[in-house]
Design a protein around this ligand. Structure first.
Ligand SMILES: [Cu+2]
Length: 309
């Protein structure tokens, strides 16, 4: 070609720049790694997932892990092809343009089929894990009526022997227990959801207002709380300890206050907690399902109270 580029000079200038950039990258990586403590490194090993704390949670964890493996394998192949093309077909001194290929049918079929196959495999495993996560044992050990209301949670624990179906009939006022104790969070207080360890707990989810989403990261599970229907899922906590939960659906101006604590305790401690709630008078024949009796505006500023009643 006619244009003469002053190449040698450009090359000489680029080399120190490249060395500088490489040095900076290595320094930044070392700094990042040295700032990580053991807990961080542990979390990196789990690819940022919390430690699974229920019998069901490992299913989600495995899906997460293998999705990463599949993504990495795909990434390595794609990066490999990119670098291969960059090096093999780099500009040479003779300025020769490599052979131009188009309408290569086998190649086009391949890059149409391959992504479709990948989507099918991801879809299959996602549905598979989803079915395991929402599987329902008809006779759970404990049922808890969870209410997500603007903007906090109410947890109703059944007391005594069950007398009805595990999933209550909302419209017919048919509940599983004759006696409930409850804890209600408000704008000032974050409630604690107590759960007995190694028991299968069914969460029946109710909303009197808008769609919320009930979830505990350590359970690797969450589910929408939809007005007018009762969504449900079961979890069997396997580790005594304290966890956090929250609303995962942007549900209004004070969505960020919809936090709660979770305490997984022994059966004896759980029974003592229920007795304690009853003693405090937080007891009812039917669960508190929100609406008029779930105004959780206490502790909020006046201007954020609009919208309800
Ligand atoms: Cu919410």
């Amino acid at each position: 070609m006619g244009l003469q580029l002053p190449q040698p000079t450009a090359k000489r200038a680029a080399a120190p720049m490249r060395r500088l950039a490489t040095g900076a990258l290595i320094a930044a990586t070392l700094l990042f790694l040295s700032a990580c403590d053991a807990a961080d490194k542990d979390q990196i090993a789990r690819l940022a997932m919390p430690i699974p704390a229920t019998e069901q949670a490992p299913h989600t964890f495995e899906l997460w892990k293998w999705s990463w493996v599949a993504a990495m394998v795909t990434g390595v192949i794609v990066w490999g092809l990119i670098f291969y093309a960059v090096v093999k077909f780099r500009r040479r001194s003779d300025d020769e343009i490599p052979v131009q290929t188009r309408y290569n049918l086998p190649l086009e079929i391949f890059y149409t089929i391959a992504p479709i196959m990948m989507v099918i495999v991801f879809f299959y495993w996602t549905v598979n894990v989803q079915n395991k996560m929402i599987a329902i044992d008809p006779e759970p050990d404990v049922t808890i009526e969870v209410v997500g209301q603007q903007w906090q949670w109410t947890f109703n624990h059944g007391v005594g022997e069950p007398t009805g179906p595990a999933t209550p009939n909302y419209t017919d006022n048919e509940y599983r227990y004759d006696d409930y104790v409850y804890v209600v969070g408000d704008g000032d207080t974050i409630p604690t959801l107590w759960l007995p360890v190694d028991q299968t707990i069914q969460f029946n989810l109710h909303s009197p207002d808008v769609i919320h989403d009930f979830g505990v990261p350590s359970f690797l599970m969450k589910m929408d709380v939809v007005p007018g229907r009762i969504n449900r899922f079961q979890a069997t906590p396997t580790k005594i300890g304290e966890y956090v939960g929250k609303c995962f659906e942007l549900c209004g101006v004070d969505h960020s206050r919809m936090l709660f604590n979770v305490k997984v305790v022994s059966q004896a401690d759980y029974d003592a907690y229920l007795a304690d709630l009853a003693e405090q008078g937080a007891e009812s024949d039917t669960p508190l399902l929100g609406g008029a009796n779930a105004r959780t505006q206490a502790g909020l500023d006046d201007e954020s109270e609009g919208g309800q009643e």
